[in-house]
Ligand binder design. Structure first.
Ligand SMILES: [Zn+2]
Length: 202
């Protein structure tokens, strides 16, 4: 569809969808047109959900995942092992590990990976918050589950070095996750096996 014949409000929605990861202009147009074809009530519901998002969701002050409540449902659950922390890059990775179904500890979301080229160092991700949790003295094991991508591996190496003097067990996901793969895209059985077989880093 040429730019001139797209009505402005539709064009704006297409541009907004294009800002989302993995959405190109073709998919954005398909989504926008699909919303237009559906009943107006559905579009209103979607708009209301979007408007509500930032008001009703915050970061858990303990693990930094997105949550309606603080602490989140995991940090606030007395049945979870509070002495075990799984370190992941993003909230989506937490969901992937929860889906694998065999992890009962807590989490720590870094909100990124080290990427010196992009100016992202340890101060830009939640490393000092992780250190503070470890220093509180209640943590026995830190299980590093960053992705097996180059920045994910670099972040894991940094954390292993940074935390090696702490009186904790440091473990990593076992192999089985293909090199270069974001853990969000690993199938849940492979991920469950990698969690089960996590190994000491030293
Ligand atoms: Zn939490």
């Amino acid at each position: 569809m040429s730019q001139q014949i797209i009505p402005k409000p539709l064009g704006r929605l297409i541009q907004d969808f294009c800002k989302l990861p993995g959405i190109g202009e073709k998919t954005a147009s398909r989504l926008a047109l699909n919303i237009l074809r559906r009943p107006q009530a559905e579009a209103k519901e979607l708009a209301a959900a979007l408007a509500q998002l930032h008001n009703s969701i915050q970061l858990c002050s303990c693990c930094f995942t997105f949550s309606e409540n603080d602490p989140c449902a995991i940090c606030g659950n007395p049945k979870r092992e509070a002495s075990l922390i799984c370190v992941v890059e993003q909230p989506g990775d937490l969901l992937a590990i929860e889906k694998a179904g065999n992890y009962a500890g807590h989490y720590h979301i870094l909100h990124g990976v080290l990427s010196p080229m992009d100016g992202i160092g340890p101060a830009e991700i939640k490393v000092k918050e992780l250190e503070a949790r470890i220093n509180s003295g209640t943590i026995e094991e830190v299980f590093i589950a960053t992705s097996s991508t180059v920045p994910g591996e670099a972040t894991a190496s940094f954390l292993i070095d940074f935390l090696k003097k702490k009186p904790i067990r440091l473990t990593r996901l076992a192999c089985g996750i293909p090199m270069g793969m974001d853990i969000k895209y690993a199938d849940k059985h492979t991920l469950a096996r990698a969690i089960e077989g996590r190994s000491e880093t030293r």
